[in-house]
Write a protein of this length. Structure first.
Ligand code: MG
Length: 263
């Protein structure tokens, strides 16, 4: 395997679990910064803005500016820009709205270039979804910021954006375009922000499909960490083995000292 010149690092389950940092994560991240290794945090979160995520990291002793963080909203804004789209009907939480408007996307109800759907909890009302449906059935493309089926909230398993995206797909008979991990446009946006080619970058994540397989399908190395949602069963179901399996992000420094290049 050629040397690694930059990294994409998943957050939930890798750097922190809930409100607790993974032991050793802060040390490895500050080592990456001291070494000048180019890296971006890549999160599938569509509730928190990049500024909100940066604040959370800082509370855990990890200093990372918002420009270090790529969320599906950031990637969706990049994709929209490429296509010359600027007006979107947003079915998203405030965090994603903040990232989208910061990237020049104008929220609107009519004459929209696209519909964007992220996890928005109580915001998934009949009126909002029906508005999205009417636009979509009229031919407006739907971008799914994520399509997870459910997630573990503090009070139990909870519906994520996927079931609502599926409702729009069912009603219109057309598939939405997935922007979040493991969609290729997400990884392309993150790589563009690093200015590196896929073959120069390794993705570090706890999700075998979204992080590791998704990155490897894009041409990156895939490093699986055995924290967060990792299970041996998920690893056994992998289409192809990860480039490396590490006990946690704490083992990343030693791994990179063996496989990384001069950044
Ligand atoms: Mg994760």
């Amino acid at each position: 395997m050629p040397g690694i010149r930059g990294l994409l690092v998943d957050l939930d389950g890798v750097v922190y679990i809930g409100d607790d940092p993974v032991p050793g994560a802060a040390g490895v991240i500050s080592w990456l910064q001291e070494e000048g290794c180019p890296f971006r945090f890549v999160s599938n979160s569509t509730r928190k803005s990049v500024r909100g995520i940066a604040r959370r990291l800082s509370e855990m002793g990890i200093q990372a500016g918002p420009d270090r963080i790529v969320t599906p909203a950031v990637a969706a804004a990049g994709l929209a820009r490429q296509r010359g789209w600027s007006r979107a009907f947003l079915v998203t939480a405030e965090g994603a709205k903040e990232d989208l408007s910061g990237a020049g996307i104008v929220a609107c109800e009519d004459a929209c270039d696209c519909v964007m759907v992220g996890d928005c909890g109580e915001g998934f009302t009949y009126a909002t979804l029906n508005r999205a449906f009417r636009l979509a059935i009229g031919g407006v493309p739907v971008l799914a910021l994520e399509k997870d089926r459910y997630f573990r909230d503090t009070d139990g398993l909870s519906l994520s954006a996927g079931p609502f995206v599926a409702a729009l797909e069912y009603a219109t008979g057309r598939n939405a375009e997935l922007v979040g991990k493991p969609g290729p446009s997400y990884f392309r946006e993150a790589l563009a922000s690093l200015g590196l080619e896929p073959g120069e970058v390794a993705m570090v994540g706890d999700d075998v499909i979204s992080d590791v397989q998704g990155a490897m399908d894009t041409g990156m190395a895939g490093i699986l960490v055995q924290t967060g949602k990792y299970t041996p069963a998920a690893l056994a179901e992998c289409r192809r083995p990860p480039t490396a399996v590490l006990p946690s992000i704490a083992a990343l420094q030693e791994y990179l000292e063996r496989h990384g290049e001069e950044w």
